[in-house]
Design a protein around this ligand. Sequence first.
Ligand code: FAD
Length: 324
Amino acid sequence: MSDKLLVVGEVRDNEIRNVSFEAIAAAKQIDSEAEIVGVLCGDNDLTSAGNDLITYGADSVITVTHDNLKTYTSEGYGQALLEVIDELSPKGIVMGHTAIGKDLTPKIASRLSAGLISDVVAIEKEGDENVFIRPIYSGKAFEKKTFEDDFIFVTVRPNNIAVLEKDDSRSGEVRTKDVDIKDLRTIVKDVVRKAADGVDLAEANVIVAGGRGVKSADGFKPLYELADVLGGAVGASRGACDADYCDYALQIGQTGKVVTPDLYIAVGISGAIQHLAGMSNSKVIVAINKDAESNIFNVADYGIVGDLFEIIPLLIEEIKKVKE
Ligand code: FAD
């Protein structure tokens, strides 16, 4: 085993996803002396994205480009990654706990006969040992886990591990590795995007989420405006999605997305346990609800009791004033 830690980065629309930088920071926490090697897969030149990984702490980057890596498939990315692992024999792998990370890492772990600790939100040291902390029971408790053997394989939940400071003076090799990605049993023909443009919900620092209390698709418009002035994204409860006020891509909760933004504003959401499962680990929670007895206030750091249709415009106005 080498002294290398492999960080699997993700590129979307030619931009590195922020969680890739967080994965580098996690790798540094695991072993500050290790050589951090980033790996990126795609179908076009990834040199610029590779250099971004270097400025955020990677020592070198391997890019694997192939027509069959245009869109993610576990077979294609799996072949690429296994070849890189075969070449480097890293002592560990770190990746974001994203849709791709969740799908790919168990398959790689199984091929390597390695353990995998997924959805890590923090790393602690006990002596020389790394202890990985992850939420369980829909975020109601945390468990601490370690690896039985020396090989470390973790996915990190977006927005939980602070990225290292960007350092443009850092340099490192970004090289392309030729891998023949072949014999894919599934081919992605086309990707039809459902979610609206804007800030990615999973990585947003601020989320304004609407519930059934918002009452209509039109009622969501002020929430979009509030999210916009705060540089955030809009999310929703399942109640709002079921009522067709917004797309299911926005659903947060047990059967939706799990998010941990710095600020979560729950608007007209009652705080059902299934909703809390997706947002209760947010750093600061603000709840706006006309019912003072609503369960959402039990997890909120700040609560505003009142009519959302009066409160949201006032908030937008005040935030705009502060920003001027
Ligand atoms: P409601 O419970 O109807 O709450 C609406 C709130 O709006 C109320 O508290 C009300 O006081 C307030 N309100 C109304 N008008 C105003 C106003 N003018 N101003 C201010 N406040 C107002 N839910 C999820 O969210 N995510 C999930 O992933 C999810 N998964 C589920 C999985 C399963 C297996 C099951 C059984 C359920 C799941 N649910 C999930 C559904 C969940 O149980 C709740 O039904 C849902 O979260 C309720 O949505 P809501 O809070 O928007 O609606």
